[in-house]
Design a protein around this ligand. Structure first.
Ligand code: ATP
Length: 382
């Protein structure tokens, strides 16, 4: 038991494909290195879920998994969702949604995990596609609204002999926009500012020259931002932002945006920091949070030992940081620090890495497997 007398209940959901390869590695790091050395008190509850589970049982996860995750978990760690059936097609529920949708998308709605946080940080030893940029130039956080906007589940198709059309309602509310803006400003308070000038800056990325929802989003951003005098408000239209971030990533500190724009621009961010193998994320609400690597189940490399475990491990570090803040407990923060420092050391040394990072200066390095990378990270944790 920790200083707060709390035993953290962590739900682990490996899911499908490489989720089932990287999440056991995270579990190994937590159990081998974290629990024993840092003496953090936690219970791990692991459940099967996703497309393969659906094929076996006709359910996306068991009733027990669903109940426990929704009502008891302090934090959730998810791998990747999405399996292929024997016909080679993605496994779907009878309603057409991906088998596993209730977990990967449903939990965001049900637990009100309104902020999707995607750190974009270039670590030393990781190849970036931007020729002249270095780790000190790329360190921002993209905060994407996670529950409404274009991905709000209000859509349909009208198909008649005379017309055939589809619509997706883009619902944006003042409440939803204000709470994600507040999250972004609070987050900026804790950071040291943009790499270029150390100015604490929150950039609102939208299309408010055209879309009513974006006008409300920007109004909400301004309303909340006025309360944060020490933080600079900044604005960009989403199309222009994609250009500017490639030219001058060092200008950005925290970026806040609507759901679908956030989905797209954060993948661009993922590319800048070295790809999906090193891109973590968190889905954060008031009471609960779910952490997951940005990648999915990657069926093309599943079972080959090529998956990079670092995105999932960095997601676990984010989970410990969130627990620390939420429960005002320093122990999880120490766990996160040890995971991060070991990953950074392994990346910096550049000798042991999965194939996705064997590019550029590191193209001659012999690729290591998922397990070999984790072994080295655990060894560094000492
Ligand atoms: P899904 O439909 O579940 O999202 P996907 O294959 O369409 O699966 P991702 O899982 O996001 O999408 O992966 C896209 C590609 O990136 C993969 O095909 C794989 O080659 C590569 N990739 C993803 N994650 C990793 C990783 N952890 N390590 C190495 N390569 C990865």
């Amino acid at each position: 038991m920790n200083q707060m007398g709390r035993i953290y209940k962590i739900v682990i959901l490996p899911g499908d494909g490489i989720g089932r390869e990287v999440i056991p590695e995270v579990r190994r790091v937590i159990e081998d290195a974290i629990v024993t050395v840092d003496e953090i008190a936690l219970e791990i509850h692991e459940f099967e879920c996703g497309g393969d589970y659906f094929l076996k049982t006709g359910r996306e996860w068991s009733e027990q998994a669903e109940y426990f995750t929704r009502t008891k978990a302090d934090a959730i760690l998810l791998g990747g969702i999405g399996a292929k059936g024997l016909d080679g097609k993605t496994v779907r529920r009878p309603d057409g949604n991906l088998a596993g949708y209730s977990i990967v998308v449903g939990l965001r709605q049900e637990l009100e995990l309104f902020a999707n946080v995607r750190p974009v940080k270039l670590y030393e030893g990781v190849p970036t596609p931007l020729a002249d940029k270095k780790p000190e130039d790329i360190d921002m956080v993209i905060v994407r609204e996670n529950t409404e906007g274009l991905y709000y589940p209000a859509r349909g198709r009208i198909k008649r002999p005379d017309k055939d059309f589809a619509y997706d309602l883009r619902l944006i509310t003042a409440r939803g926009s204000e709470r994600v803006a507040r999250f972004a400003f609070e987050h900026a308070k804790e950071r040291t500012g943009a790499p270029i000038d150390n100015v604490k800056r929150v950039t609102c990325v939208d299309k408010s020259n055209l879309l009513a929802g974006c006008q409300l989003f920007r109004e909400s951003f301004d309303k909340v931002g006025k309360e944060f005098k020490e933080i600079t408000r900044d604005y960009a239209y989403v199309d222009a932002w994609t250009l500017m971030v490639l030219r001058k990533p060092e200008y950005y500190d925290v970026v806040v945006t609507t759901n679908a724009f956030g989905d797209i621009i954060s993948d661009l961010g993922g590319a800048l920091q070295g790809g999906l193998g090193v891109s973590p994320s968190g889905n954060i609400g008031i009471e609960r949070a779910m952490f997951e690597p940005v990648h999915g189940s990657a069926p093309d490399i599943a079972g080959t030992g090529k998956a990079n475990p670092i995105a999932a491990l960095l997601s676990a570090a984010m989970m410990f940081e969130w627990l620390s803040k939420k429960y005002n407990d320093k122990i999880p923060l120490g766990c996160a620090k040890r995971i991060r420092e070991s990953i950074e050391e392994v990346l910096r040394e550049g000798k042991i890495r999965t194939m996705d990072l064997c590019l550029g200066r590191w193209s001659k390095v012999k690729p290591s497997t998922t397990k070999q990378v984790t072994n080295e990270i655990i060894r560094k944790m000492g």
